[in-house]
Write a protein that binds this ligand. Structure first.
Ligand SMILES: C[S@@+](CC[C@H](N)C(=O)[O-])C[C@H]1O[C@@H](n2cnc3c(N)ncnc32)[C@H](O)[C@@H]1O
Length: 248
């Protein structure tokens, strides 16, 4: 019934968050991190390349992995436009099997929260550990469901051109305190000259973890020297994004 990270979701993401678009200071923060890497970096859940493309343009040695062929196709398009050669892999993180090891793995912004079950989260972290060189760094963000309210619904219209637009509706369905996840229904409609030409329905699940809980999970998997940073170190008091930095 549902499709995650499909064609319309990719088109809308790329339109509303184009290459180099900053979300709450994430790009600036992650650029500083990847600049400090002494070897190859992997972006997990690379999406359209919003971050990877500008990083590659700055000479960062980086590769990307994602399970959405639509997202990767868009990312490849942006790389081709700029004549950048970057290796992209189509894989699910929970079964990650790449031919290399990395100095740094990053999973910025909300992407890690998209792993919908605890089992997938544990498999993905274990795979990250396996793909990091000794002393390599894992940097990822967690989100907390502070603003989630069951029943909330919002609709936005994005005009892609004079004749074409996407209407996006998000409805907050459920917060499961035991499983620690929220579920939203995302509905995309593409309209051309007044006719609806395409729709897409996504069950958008976000998982969260407590700070101490997540530190223990990382340690159990074998990560060390875990550091936690709020809001990309901006001291904004928003307490919206929680970044974990851990060593393999
Ligand atoms: C919100 S987008 C973020 C893209 C990019 N990192 C950015 O910051 O703009 C999340 C991406 O994670 C990918 N993703 C979600 N679950 C995944 C999984 N299990 N394995 C690989 N990629 C996944 C989605 O396909 C999507 O492209």
């Amino acid at each position: 019934m549902f499709e995650e990270y499909g064609e319309l979701s990719t088109e809308l993401y790329d339109f509303t968050k184009p290459i180099g678009h900053e979300i709450d200071g994430d790009l600036t923060f992650y650029l500083e991190q990847v600049k400090s890497a002494t070897g190859l970096v992997l972006e997990a859940g690379v999406g359209t390349g919003r971050m990877l493309v500008p990083f590659a343009e700055k000479g960062i040695k980086i590769e990307g992995v994602d399970l959405s062929p639509f997202m990767l196709e868009k990312c490849q398009h942006h790389l081709n436009e700029r004549k950048l050669e970057v290796k992209l892999y189509l894989q699910d993180l929970q079964a990650l099997d790449l031919p290399k090891k990395y100095q740094m793995i990053i999973m910025p912004t909300g992407s890690f929260a998209l792993l919908p079950t605890r089992e997938m989260m544990l498999k993905s972290l274990t795979a990250f550990k396996h793909h990091l060189l000794p002393g390599g760094k894992l940097i990822l963000d967690l989100l907390l469901p502070r603003d989630f309210q069951e029943g909330n619904s919002s609709t936005t219209t994005c005009e892609l051109s004079d004749s074409t637009g996407i209407i996006f509706n998000s409805t907050s369905l459920n917060i499961d305190w035991e499983a620690q996840r929220t579920t939203e229904l995302h509905r995309y409609e593409k309209w051309v000259k007044g006719q609806m030409v395409q729709t897409e329905l996504s069950q958008f699940i976000l998982s969260w973890y407590g700070i101490e809980e997540f530190k223990l999970i990382l340690e159990k998997i074998g990560f060390k020297n875990c550091q936690v940073i709020w809001d990309y170190g901006q001291n904004s008091g928003a307490h919206a994004t929680l970044t974990f930095i851990a060593e393999a």
